[in-house]
Design a protein around this ligand. Structure first.
Ligand code: AMP
Length: 190
């Protein structure tokens, strides 16, 4: 079982690379952003709560996210090839909760793969995505807030995973195939 955390700032390519990894390795995929957007679309209570945070570029409270994550993870059953965690964890308490949740099931994270992309490139990609996809939080003002949140609350996870000895750095700038190849090398060596 290869559970992988795909990590990086908004716009670093986590979703794109996850799609390629799912196809190649037959892994499950949990994108917490997609889960929340789906709840918003279905106009659930959770969706209403989530929308208020997402539109401000803020994170949904940890406790809520951790509960959602555990139930989505369990939907893959007890025996699976592994799951890609995309957009989770985003805070140190989330990383601790993820470790505990997996531990309770006799599972673990095999690798945290960091896609490293310079800030100016992130902005260009997100503004472009906003125009193409119409994602309401891909506008310049909200993007700036999300990047601040990333630096303040999420980036400290790099050190956290280094301490766990499962951090892998990937240069996320350049050709999609080269980036994917670098990720595959990490996964094949696990
Ligand atoms: P994403 O699609 O991963 O960029 O997520 C879009 C938005 O959903 C984020 O800006 C947050 O508001 C919210 N979100 C997604 N994942 C999380 C998480 N793990 N913790 C808190 N908020 C999250």
């Amino acid at each position: 079982m290869k559970n992988i955390v795909i990590f990086g700032a908004p716009g670093s390519g986590k979703g794109t690379q996850s799609d390629l990894l799912i196809r190649k390795y037959g892994l499950g995929h949990i994108s917490t952003g997609d889960v929340l957007r789906n709840e918003i679309k279905n106009e659930t209570e959770l969706g209403k709560t989530a929308k208020a945070y997402i539109d401000k570029g803020q994170l949904i409270p940890d406790e809520l996210m951790v509960n959602i994550l555990a139930s989505v993870y369990d939907s893959f059953g007890k025996e699976h090839e592994g799951v890609i965690f995309d957009g989770f964890p985003r805070t140190i308490p989330q990383a601790e909760a993820l470790k505990k949740m997996l531990d309770e099931r006799g599972h673990k994270i095999a690798a945290m793969i960091e896609l490293d992309v310079p800030e100016n490139e992130l902005m260009v990609r997100l503004v472009k995505r906003g125009k193409e996809s119409g994602r309401s939080d891909d506008n310049e003002e909200t993007i700036k807030k999300r990047l601040d949140v990333y630096h303040n609350q999420t980036a400290p996870l790099i050190e956290w995973y280094k301490n766990e000895n499962i951090h892998h750095h990937i240069n996320g700038l350049g050709a999609l195939d080269r980036i994917f190849g670098d990720i595959c090398t990490v996964i094949d060596n696990l």
